[in-house]
Design a protein around this ligand. Structure first.
Ligand SMILES: NC(=O)c1ccc[n+]([C@@H]2O[C@H](COP(=O)([O-])OP(=O)(O)OC[C@H]3O[C@@H](n4cnc5c(N)ncnc54)[C@H](O)[C@@H]3O)[C@@H](O)[C@H]2O)c1
Length: 310
């Protein structure tokens, strides 16, 4: 099989590329390196075609069996700093990649997000939940970008027969994710802060919930969807283990034997109060997450800055 992975130099895309290469696939990676890193591709750089380019402007006559669209900055700090690029990557970029997929008669896989559900009132959230999202708030370039990405995928399916699967990722963590000291990507931030004996920064009072999936489980889920996901369907990939951020901080401190204090910072606007995935649909394909939160935190602490996934 031959695949174009847009955003393949990023966290999820680079691990997916490795797994597909191991299966004997031919891999082309298109990435503008806005949040991805060439060092993420170091282990596979001899075996892939890397194209430095932007999904907003990219065109090619190359044919593929799969076009996998992971190209979007994915953290709050990035989408607040580059709102136009984020909105266009998921809208114009999606349209470009869909056209490339159609020209090849390829299957198009789109990395959507739990953000399309916004401030969900149904927890855990199923794929048919319609969402409650601000069209103009500071999250909207990403949230609405992903909603448009979903919509244009289905529009091309209806009008042009696009073969597609939409994957809605919930919070995924692991080595290679770029956390930094800002809101979002919380496990990476907590692990780094705990390792440096710095205060763990919590935005708001920490009562907000999230559910976390270790990257190896997410990659298994993607491979399973490529292999046996039903075309035209939407699948949540995440965890139904809902946890308060304050409790997560305690677990990170306990697992890493850290005495870091907790520092509370103001909560950004439109922060979803609760988030957890209903994964009944992908479980029916045989999916079962394997890595516990405690183990995932340990793997991350041991491999941080080393770019290796356990
Ligand atoms: N990691 C998560 O928890 C999570 C959750 C929900 C959805 N997602 C989605 O999954 C995908 C991958 O996320 P990630 O966590 O690996 O993020 P990431 O930032 O590590 O990877 C995104 C990659 O896309 C590239 N990129 C961004 N805009 C581009 C453009 N216009 N043209 C070409 N390349 C571009 C970046 O350089 C980067 O390599 C994203 O679409 C993200 O929105 C991730």
């Amino acid at each position: 099989m031959k695949a174009l992975i847009a955003g393949g130099a990023g966290f999820l895309g680079s691990f997916l590329a490795e797994s597909l290469l191991n299966k004997g696939w031919e891999i082309y990676i298109l990435d503008n390196l806005s949040s991805g890193l060439l060092e993420n591709l170091e282990p596979i750089k001899e075996n892939i075609q890397f194209i430095k380019g932007d999904v907003i402007t990219y065109s090619t006559r190359e044919k593929f069996d799969y076009v996998i669209n992971f190209a979007s900055n994915a953290s709050r700090a990035e989408w607040e700093k580059y709102p136009v690029e984020v909105a266009l990557s998921n809208s114009v970029g999606s349209k470009n990649l869909i056209e490339i997929a159609l020209n090849s008669d390829a299957t198009y896989i789109y990395a959507s997000s739990s953000e399309v559900y916004g401030t969900a009132t149904q927890i855990p959230t199923t794929e048919d939940y319609l969402g409650s999202v601000s069209t103009t708030g500071t999250r909207s370039p990403y949230d609405e970008g992903k909603r448009f990405g979903d919509a244009i995928t289905k529009a091309y399916e209806r009008e042009y027969g696009l073969k597609n699967i939409i994957i809605r990722f919930f919070n995924t963590y692991g080595p290679r994710m770029r956390g930094g000291d800002f809101y979002g990507r919380v496990i990476d931030r907590f692990v780094r802060q705990a390792q440096n004996n710095e205060p763990l920064t919590i935005y708001g009072d920490g009562s907000q919930t999230r559910s976390f999936t270790y990257v190896s489980d997410a990659v298994v889920a993607i491979l399973m969807l490529i292999e046996k996901g039903k075309l035209g369907e939407i699948y949540n990939v995440g965890s139904d283990n809902e946890i308060e951020i304050l409790k997560l901080a305690d677990i990170v401190k306990e697992v890493l034997n850290s005495s870091s204090e907790i520092k509370f910072l103001p909560l950004p606007e439109h922060d979803p109060k609760r988030r957890a995935a209903d994964i009944t649909k992908i479980k029916k394909l045989g999916y079962k997450p394997k890595v516990s939160l405690q183990d995932g935190i340990k793997f991350m602490a041991n491999s941080i800055n080393r770019g290796k996934v356990k």
